[in-house]
Design a protein around this ligand. Sequence first.
Ligand code: GLU
Length: 472
Amino acid sequence: MSNKQASFLASVQRNFDKAAVHTGLPKGLTDQIKVCNAVYQMKFPVKIGNGYEVIEAYRVQHSHHRSPTKGGIRFSHLVDQNEVMALAALMTYKCAIVDVPFGGAKGGVKISPRSYTPAQLERITRRYTVELIRKNFIGPSVDVPAPDYGTGEREMAWILDTYNTFKGGEIDAVGCVTGKPVNQGGIAGRTEATGRGVFYGLKEYCLQKSEMKELGLTPGIEGKTMVIQGLGNVGSYAGIISQEEGGAKVIGVSELEGTIVSDTNINIKELLAYRKSKKTIIGFPGTKEVKVREDWVGLECDILIPAALESQITKANANKVKAKIIGEAANGPITADAEDILLKKGVVILPDMYLNAGGVTVSYFEWLKNLSHMRFGRMEKRYNQNKNMDIINTVEKMTGKKLTSREKAQVARGADEVDLVRSGLEETMVNSFYQIHDTLRKKKGVNDYRTAAFVTALNKVANDYMTLGVFP
Ligand code: GLU
């Protein structure tokens, strides 16, 4: 077990304990919420090249207070039991915070996906799915995986197809996994959802006048400088959307090959295209390479966005942080020791369990779409469009003024699935922000966003347990 993974689980548990004392809940109940309910470790053989490789994998269901359990599947050589347990626990709190009615779970396959061909990855994914089916660890009402680090819609399609092979007769089989390609039961807007949620969360926080004043910043995300660590799915979309819709300025980016900075805005879309062709971010026009890659931590900026893996900001480098705000787009990027240092320095941390909950929120929408067997907007889009047109025509008649047919079409347009998904996501992120904000303002002794988020989540999970009659 690596130290990083051990300290990740320990950090989640330390943060839990720090918050639990503010809930007033009985110890037996908080003990029950804290532990992982079911841990399944598996080892299975997969034919790779001329021989077989034994693959180590996990699925952890952290909490059964609601069904199904939900959480992504990670493919990484760093996967171990502690890591998957910590990630599963975060899923429980994440779902509670954004009012998504699932228990938390997580899966992990200990492989480095880059070392395998797509055909080999397909065999591994399918065999892992079979192991889950065998032990009843997957199903639309049992446990619903999704993408995470190292996986995406391709893997989700393989999972669905394998599930269908065994359970194709189930009417809701397509809801056994989320993050699927749109043409295979997925939902528009899922791929960008985590990054988009990060943007909505940051935007709402930046609107808080008194808090911005305390940090010496002006309200609003526009013009805020950002540094992003990790250009995977979450980091890329968080950057692109913050630039395009929020007017934020990305002035630093860190990836495996190095860290780059710029005095102006680094266009993330163009940077991604550059990286695709050159296999590196280094040399991107208008940027300079920072000598030591790890120095991304200490770059001067308003908002630092770790969007890669856990335990990136530790007690060894926390003192270098110059950012005023850290937005945790990744799960667990700051260790508990580092957090103590950062809070003392006055850095505001928007915690993972809130800020990156956009992914599971839209997964919830996808699952609902699958259970209803119909895309969002199908019933009402045209009705709304016709109604809006009636209103415009009436106003035109009353005022004698006319819109062009293009303007009319634009104003009257009914919502497509992606419009509804984005609006549902924004509503969720804004609403949850104020729930946490309220706890932070009103609860004595709660002085940071993570503790406030934890307290909010724990009270909701505890309430479910009580409703279930487990703890009357
Ligand atoms: N893996 C994502 C997360 O950590 C998404 C989980 C899901 O959609 O179920 O939140």
